[in-house]
Design a protein around this ligand. Structure first.
Ligand code: FAD
Length: 281
């Protein structure tokens, strides 16, 4: 089993402290890589650079997310070079969410993530990951065109796929089968977002086209509110990872939300090698 951790760039001192603690506590699990997200339109550029530097300074193989929406090609390329100068050798190449429903990419920009991948591949020799949506990207015309768009990204030179989180394992199994039928051979890293707050996850999922199965909602509703919800979040994510492992998936990308207990709990439950170093809070 291989796993990676995703963090987001914090704002403010409380956010910085939370990120520092999460990274410190997850570091001993020795992930394959850690990634730092990037605000679409460059909204968190500085924070992302600082956040990626934080991961690099701790000796983690670091992937920088990079979006191209609302930016010129030269701006995006310049940002990529800044990350590389810091020691990044892996990008998660993304379009980013459209800033408005009638958004049109700038004439000197990259319209889609596939264009960004092609642009980076002209000179970048490191790893390129791209996003995939087992439940279909909300803007896609159909599941088929979405899959075709993914194939274009891969054909443009992407090395691996990271999925949007998807709580319905049957959907994931079906998605992997469809990839196989399309002849996709690149590694598939399954995005796992253990649930810390069911209401917050439902709200966020509604925006990004992911669903939260009713069976999961009911388990949270039935949970004794005086108990620690973390345990239930761990249990549900563990059950999913275990089922996926039984079905041949062995790479997981944890959306940590800059918190360590859920991800640590799932890895412990899965029997991943125990942390090599003593954790210090
Ligand atoms: P694309 O692959 O370009 O696809 C966007 C839409 O266009 C899809 O509907 C696709 O089907 C369609 N499409 C693609 N190519 C074509 C084409 N040639 N012709 C017609 N239609 C096409 N967002 C951030 O802002 N920052 C992050 O750090 C970030 N990290 C993410 C990490 C992961 C693992 C995932 C799954 C998502 C992440 N996102 C992030 C969200 C992502 O930016 C949005 O989902 C965005 O709306 C789509 O990005 P994409 O790279 O998948 O776009």
């Amino acid at each position: 089993m291989q796993y990676s951790f995703e963090f987001f760039p914090p704002r403010g001192s409380a956010g910085n402290l939370a990120l520092d603690m999460a990274v410190q506590q997850l570091l001993p699990w020795q992930p394959a890589f850690a990634s730092m997200t990037y605000g679409a339109g460059g909204t968190s550029q500085l924070e992302s650079l600082v956040g990626a530097q934080n991961l690099i300074n701790r000796g983690l193989a670091t992937a920088a997310h990079l979006t191209c929406v609302d930016a010129s090609q030269s701006e995006v390329q310049a940002t990529a070079r800044q990350f590389i100068a810091q020691g990044v050798d892996h990008f998660v190449a993304l379009r980013g969410d459209s800033p408005s429903p009638d958004y049109v990419a700038p004439a000197d920009g990259y319209a889609y993530a596939s264009d960004l991948v092609a642009g980076l591949r002209q000179w970048f020799k490191g790893t390129l990951s791209v996003a995939a949506y087992p439940e279909v990207h909300p803007e896609a015309k159909s599941a088929l065109t979405d899959l075709q768009s993914l194939k274009i990204k891969l054909d443009a030179g992407a090395d691996q796929i990271i999925t949007q989180y998807c709580y319905d394992s049957n959907v994931l199994l079906d998605f992997a089968e469809r990839l196989q039928r399309q002849g996709v051979t690149q590694p598939l890293l399954v995005g796992v977002m253990p649930i810390h707050d069911i209401a917050a996850v439902q709200r966020f999922s509604a925006r990004c086209g992911a669903s939260v199965p009713q069976t999961i909602v009911e388990r949270f509703e039935a949970f004794d509110q005086s108990q620690d919800m973390t345990k239930l979040g761990i249990e549900i994510a563990f059950e999913q990872c275990q089922l996926l492992l039984e079905n041949g998936f062995d790479q997981f990308h944890f959306y940590t939300l800059n918190r360590s207990p859920l991800t640590s709990g799932v890895l412990s439950a899965l029997g991943a090698a125990e942390p090599k170093l003593a954790c210090s809070a």
